[in-house]
Design a protein around this ligand. Sequence first.
Ligand code: FAD
Length: 403
Amino acid sequence: MTDSQTSRALRASADVVILGAGPAGLVLGNLLLAAGTDCVILERASPSRVRTRARAGFLAPNTVRILDGHGLADGLHRYGHPHAACEFRTQDGRFRLDYGALGQGGRHHVYPQQDLVTDLLRHYLGRGGRIRFRTEVLAVHDTDGTRPSVTARGPDGRTVRWTARYVAGCDGRRGAARRSLPADAVHHHDHGVTWLGLLAQAPPSLDAVGYAVHDRGFAGHMARTPEVTRYYLQWQRGTAADAWPEQRIWDELDIRMRAPEYGPLNRGALLERGLFDLSCDVAEPLRHGSLFLAGDAASVLAPAAAKGANLAVLEAEMLAEALVDALTRGDTGGLDTYSDRSLEHIWRAQEFTGWMTRLLHAPPDGDPGAGSFFQAARRRSRIASLRTSRSHQDWFADNYVGV
Ligand code: FAD
């Protein structure tokens, strides 16, 4: 944006300008409003897109605690259901881990992300929250001073310059907050694996998360609702998501999930297909002057361990508390430590997610370990340890549900 365009922009202000109405932005907005703090959410998508974007589904105990603590968990308790088991299927047989009875006994709640976001939006609007849909943030300015601002283009094509005391970047991996960071601020790692993610109009086929480790590649099964199930297939990187007809996808899922041995999969229409490169990153540090990052804008995790939405909610709570302290009492201690405190959780989640990714997949082509007998034997041994060692299972359970 040129200087003359900026000077022609309309002007508006809020104490906290939040970019993005995903789980991070909406939890943050709700908590700020509850504390009487002035804020606005700027969201690129339409309300219907925000309410229907199907992504996560497994919410950790800490996420439920936060939502409960702020009166945001009504839908989750009414329509979600607790979940506490996963099943591994390998060439050596299958085994089930009732992780709710292992370690500290944490369980997930299964509740589709789009339903959670719909609830959060309803509460936010009910509390009188300001939100601008179809409003794309173009840039974040002056975060090293005390009066940062963002420029955003609204649905009428006009640009508004929002001035703020603080800016919260909750606009995901490809949002404007990240674009405003120095070039070397985001640290990447590519696991070298791609998943085809599927949403099927079919009831779950097992009462556990299914992780199938197969010579042909990984396959996964995760319940979403009594009528809809998410499946994953490890996929050749570079192959289009629609390259296979539905029949072939179901046949491949049957093979990798070993349906002839362990029971058929409920088939149904494939509602959605998407490709996910299992790559991850961390934007360390999470603070740049008066700009703070949370959720996927702060860190993206491979979906193997279902951590992203849970971290987003945790960071939103920590950031909300710190912003309220700063704005109401002039106490900036929480903001000063926000980045370090969040990064402790993020790196622990990255470590566990990386471990799960290596457990579930053979080293990809091009990796020094690809095709190695030694690597394959180590992976089998790792799975055998998980099958037989109680202390390994306790460790797994605590990391699987923890953030
Ligand atoms: P988002 O949900 O991405 O929200 C960001 C918002 O910012 C969006 O609404 C976007 O439209 C908006 N935006 C972007 N750019 C701009 C801009 N320039 N201006 C204005 N607005 C902008 N996590 C789990 O914890 N458990 C799971 O089971 C799980 N399963 C997953 C399955 C899949 C297939 C995928 C893709 C992800 C999964 N995740 C899971 C991860 C989880 O969905 C994300 O980590 C979570 O959505 C992050 O929330 P967020 O609010 O940070 O970002």
